[in-house]
Design a protein around this ligand. Sequence first.
Ligand code: ATP
Length: 211
Amino acid sequence: MVKVGLTGNIGSGKTTVARIFATLGIPVYYADDESKKFLDDPVVKNEILKQFGYGILTNNQEINRRSLASIVFTDPFALEILNSILHPRVKVDFGKWADEQANAPYVIQEAAIIFETGSAADYNFIIHTSCAKEIAIDRVMRRDRIDANSVLRRMQFQMEDAEKSALAGFVIRNDGSELVIPQVLDIHRKLLDISIKTRNLHQNNPLSDEM
Ligand code: ATP
């Protein structure tokens, strides 16, 4: 199965782009949403409480996602710890999920951090959604009804957009300078082509490595 990582900085439009691929029938795994379900897993919950303390529990003894988010948004070391707990589990879950999408030409994992966690090698291709910081700030302010400083706090530890654009195999410009849907369609056609070639290669030589 061809696995595609779809990433981009905060407010760059990853989810918006992912939804366009989904309307084309491509299965999309939303890593941030999926990782949240692990917070209910007792083993994960214990590990998080050991690292972050019982102060992040709600009155119902559940992990307060807002408290956890406010810690990791302002402390890159805390974010690294949280990622080290969640990332391996999400990786396994995504692998299982991808295996279930046998009829799809390719699958997408939408994830905010791919290059930062050194997990680019988990995918056959990476699409980066690129957007100027000022535009992203404005969009997140409107979407989340928060002020510019709150957005900037979340953004302070992210890698530069240009750096990610240089590392990704495909880049979608989502800053209003180009229409987004034609860019998605162009990448979709290329990935379909690659998927067909990969399947043919595998059918002609069943011993060849699956992508
Ligand atoms: P986050 O990292 O915070 O999860 P994201 O990268 O997934 O953000 P989106 O939620 O897709 O970004 O987009 C951010 C906001 O910008 C949303 O409100 C979305 O509707 C809006 N948006 C995305 N693309 C465009 C566009 N081309 N034109 C106008 N608004 C857009």
